[in-house]
Design a protein around this ligand. Structure first.
Ligand SMILES: O=C(O)CCC(=O)C(=O)O
Ligand SMILES: [Fe+2]
Length: 289
């Protein structure tokens, strides 16, 4: 049973680790195994998925062309509904589809439960957007980072950013994720608690909540003990569906703060966000001054 009482921290941030989440241990360990096995393959097997097309169904990359990848390889693909996407997924390693598919389905289910608790906490009722979330976007980023040097100090593997979507559910093989509470000036490491999943909110929940919740700035640093994998699953409504501030959360005292946008709009914005990084949600702000 997941409950959320509508409170975020003083910055409007939800940043938590869930433990009794109903995602099986075997699904979690299977996903990490599949990811390790994928990244351990010789590059010619991975390069098959290399693509400049950010709208493609699957994409592998090792370079820093997106402006935030400093030292990571990634494989990104869609996952919900699974039957629409799984045929684009790697067939090597041979268990990839089975293991990652099982994890994706369990995480998708959890995301709907978590969103139910969050929208209820916002006063929108427990089933607000539920159908659209069940059939909506699940976008998975599998990240592989090399071991960092202990002499070098903190080496950034993935530069500070916030995620698109409503929520991100993240599984990490070892510590490396760090979060920043907006007005603070320091990074807080997120421990890798065995069996736990990390949850934080993305730009579209900031929009939906009309600024009551704020998307979380986070980054990954290289783990100096070992190479590291993280699997981030981003959840939202369908790719073309516009997300706007919930009407119920807009009134005279709190005018609408953001313009509506879709995942497509986000993809249009991405190539323009390379030189100086901006959170997507910043570009949606309406000037109310
Ligand atoms: O590697 C991590 O812990 C963070 C990954 C991440 O933020 C992302 O894929 O969006
Ligand atoms: Fe992220």
């Amino acid at each position: 049973m997941l409950r959320y009482d509508g409170n975020a921290d003083r910055h409007g941030i939800i940043n938590l680790q869930v433990v009794n989440h109903g995602v099986s241990k075997s699904a979690m360990s299977g996903a990490l195994e599949a990811a390790w096995e994928f990244f351990d393959m010789p590059s010619e097997h991975k390069e098959v998925f290399a693509s400049d097309d950010i709208r493609g169904p699957i994409r592998y990359d090792t370079s820093a062309r997106d402006g935030i990848s400093k030292s990571r390889s990634f494989l990104k693909h869609y996952a919900n509904p699974l039957q629409d996407w799984i045929n684009f997924w790697p067939t090597q390693p041979p268990t990839y589809r089975k293991k990652m598919g099982m994890y994706a389905v369990e995480i998708q289910r959890l995301s709907v439960q978590l969103m139910g608790a969050i929208v209820q906490g916002l006063g929108l009722g427990p089933v607000y957007l539920q159908e659209k979330l069940e059939t909506g976007l699940q976008f998975m980023a599998l990240n592989h980072y090399p071991q960092g040097s202990s002499q070098a100090g903190d080496t950034v593997g993935l530069a500070p950013h916030s995620d698109y979507g409503f929520i991100t559910i993240l599984l990490q093989s070892s510590p490396g994720l760090e979060v920043m509470h907006h007005d603070d000036d320091h990074w807080t490491p997120v421990p890798a608690i065995p069996g736990a999943l990390h949850v934080h909110i993305g730009d579209h929940l900031e929009v939906l909540s009309n600024g009551r919740l704020r998307s979380l700035l986070h980054r990954a640093i290289l783990n100096t003990d070992e190479a590291r994998i993280s699997i981030a699953s981003l959840h939202g409504v369908a790719i073309d569906e516009k997300v706007d501030c919930a009407e119920e959360l807009v009134d005279e005292n709190r005018p609408k703060m953001y313009r509506e946008s879709s995942f497509h709009d986000f993809l249009d914005f991405l190539p323009t966000n390379v030189e100086t990084y901006r959170r997507f949600v910043e570009t949606l702000k309406i000037d109310t001054a």
